[in-house]
Write a protein that binds this ligand. Structure first.
Ligand code: CP
Length: 321
């Protein structure tokens, strides 16, 4: 799968930074075609019959784990899921040995979420089956990036000339990194805004050169935006001293409908979920007409169908779907 397949000749999916624009567009188009399957009364196509997808999640997840699980089932693959706390990792088994055990039991593809940045790359260098990164530490969450692109692309058609504000805890956000690479590769411009302590060093390098800017105020980030992506405040990854208090975070960096109405009335609102209601998003804004948050969740299934199909169908076209 693009540059990622170069690691071992296996079609891994590890990051959008490494994925060529053409490959991204191809996956989005495939995902679009799978959306129709989700509307069917019987949500089943035979595309991956006989294949086995293993999901190994070493961090909590609702959307990503369950949408990979459903995507595999809708494509008629068998799926087996493992969570870190219920695995032999707690008895001291290594990540690599865990992955090899799943492989020996028949897994044809490994979907992995892990708290360490680089965990998916680590496995990809050691496995002879496709490894799909379902979120690694602060590094990337490429299938979330793809589903965000699918959600916006269906509204816009084309990304060139569009501006997206990405607001919040950029430092800890693997979603932000995948979004930035994906959006800027397709031609959009991004304005970043967050507490200075929650911005990485050189954030303008997290995308195509010249297409990422750091805004000096929330107003500057939002002004004229066509879409706003609010990031989850990752309370589980905070170190002491990065945040004054949750109340201040909500007051200075939280998004409210009146702010969006004032600075970018036509903008869509996205959030990868799960949402800290009342913190990065004011309660009501999630249900406002501009919110695409529920659409994102649905598109996540179609994107993961496309990703599994590309990993496991051996380059065949999407015929028979
Ligand atoms: N967006 C996302 O990764 O959500 P989950 O943690 O629920 O999978």
């Amino acid at each position: 799968m693009g540059a990622d397949s170069g690691l071992s000749g296996v079609p891994h999916l590890l990051s959008l930074r490494e994925m060529p624009e053409e490959e991204i567009r191809c996956l989005l188009s495939l995902a679009s075609s799978f959306l129709e399957v989700l509307d069917r009364e019987v949500k089943k196509v035979p595309a991956l019959r006989g294949k086995v997808v293993a999901c190994a999640f070493f961090e909590p997840s609702t959307r990503t784990m369950k949408s990979f699980d459903l995507a595999a089932r809708y494509l008629n693959a068998d799926v087996t899921s493992l969570t870190g706390e219920a695995s032999s990792v707690v008895k001291g088994e290594s990540l690599e040995d865990t992955a090899r055990a799943l492989r020996r039991m028949g897994a044809d593809c490994l979907v992995v979420r892990h708290p360490c940045s680089g965990a998916a790359h680590y496995l990809a260098r050691r496995m002879d089956i496709p490894v799909i990164n379902a979120g690694d530490g602060r590094h990337e969450h490429p299938t979330q990036g793809l589903l965000d692109l699918l959600t916006l692309g269906e509204r816009w058609g084309e990304f060139r000339g569009r501006r997206v504000a990405v607001v919040g805890d950029v430092l800890h956000s693997r979603v932000a990194r995948s979004d930035l690479w994906g959006l800027t590769k397709l031609g959009a411009e991004v304005r970043l805004f967050g507490p200075p302590t929650l911005l990485p060093e050189h954030p303008e390098l997290l995308g195509v050169p010249g297409r990422v800017r750091v805004a000096r105020s929330l107003a500057e980030a939002l002004e004229g935006a066509d879409a706003v992506i609010a990031l989850r405040l990752q309370r589980e990854r905070q170190k002491k001293g990065l945040l004054p208090s949750l109340e201040e975070y909500a007051a200075f960096w939280g998004l409210r409908e009146e702010l969006l109405d004032r600075f970018c009335p036509g903008a869509f609102l996205l959030h990868p979920g799960p949402v800290n209601r009342g913190l990065e998003l004011d309660g009501g804004v999630m249900e406002a007409p501009r919110s695409l948050i529920e659409e994102q969740v649905r598109r996540g299934v179609a994107v993961r169908m496309a990703v599994l199909y590309r990993a496991l169908a051996g380059g065949r076209g999407a015929g028979g779907v």
